[in-house]
Design a protein. Structure first.
Length: 270
């Protein structure tokens, strides 16, 4: 069964989990449903939803978080699932805190937030991170292993995630959809769905930040996504590699034959 592109999460407590199936490629085929999922971490997973998660039939789970994030909030053990940790931003100078809620509720942090996040500084910083996801050795090694799994090494269904499922996961999804031929408008639509699904679920972080004296509006660009962030990654890809296929072949070491295998695995007549 083909899902509607961008369909709501089947798991209420994981609103930013979604099936990447249903998007139509330029050749008329559609991305297969029920075989590739993107998500946040599982810190909000309700006990009542564990059975539904297991019901997805996952066989492989890629965790794009740092070692510290994984240790602080481990993934739940799921029967029959192989977990693969890929620290995308291991080589980055700034790391994403696993305890982001506590950090944003710290008055000492809030006192500096206006200086750090205002005046376009947050946008500039995050765009820099998206460019690093194209250039950092840890990022290219991690994404290379991830996409090698997609072209056949990893049994499916497959789920990949980071902490909030928007940046490291967002680029992984956007690059995949672009490679298989999904149009730019739809690629961005999937990416921007995070704002509809995630921001309401993070109300407690905004409330904690406000309670500590901060302006919650400053967090929108940090905890949400922006088309400009994805623009930065694609601009880096075009500048360095000429386009998505060059990125896969030159940066990730995944040649045209392997790229075709990814398309054949995940596209069906629709």
């Amino acid at each position: 069964m083909t899902v509607t592109p961008g369909a709501p999460s089947p798991i209420g407590s994981l609103p930013n989990l979604r099936d990447l199936g249903g998007w139509r490629a330029a050749d008329g085929r559609v991305v297969r449903s029920g075989v590739l999922f993107r998500s946040t971490d599982f810190s909000s997973l309700a006990d009542d939803d564990i059975a539904t998660l297991e019901g997805l039939g996952l066989r492989t789970m890629y965790d794009l978080r740092s070692v510290h994030e994984r240790e602080a909030i481990p993934d739940p053990p799921l029967p029959g699932v192989t977990e693969i940790g890929l620290d995308v931003l291991a080589d980055a100078q700034m790391s994403i805190p696993a305890n982001i809620g506590a950090v944003l509720a710290d008055p000492a942090v809030v006192a500096q937030a206006d200086e750090v996040l205002s005046g376009g500084k947050a946008r500039e910083m995050i765009c820099g991170t998206y460019r690093e996801m194209i250039t950092l050795p840890s990022a290219t090694a991690s994404y290379s292993e991830f996409y090698r799994g997609l072209h056949g090494d990893a049994p499916g269904p497959i789920l990949f995630h980071c902490t909030t499922g928007k940046d490291r996961t967002g680029w992984a999804a956007a690059a995949f959809l672009t490679l298989v031929g999904v149009g730019e408008e739809d690629v961005y639509s999937d990416y921007l769905l995070t704002n509809e699904r995630l921001i309401p679920a993070l109300k407690h972080l905004f409330d904690g930040f406000a309670a500590a004296g901060g302006d919650p509006e400053l967090l929108v660009g940090v905890l949400g996504v922006d088309a400009g962030y994805l623009d930065a990654a694609f601009d880096e890809v075009r500048t360095r590699f000429g386009g998505i296929e060059g990125y896969f072949s030159e940066a990730l070491g995944i040649g045209t034959g392997e790229q075709d295998k990814i398309r054949e695995r995940f596209l069906v007549e629709g």
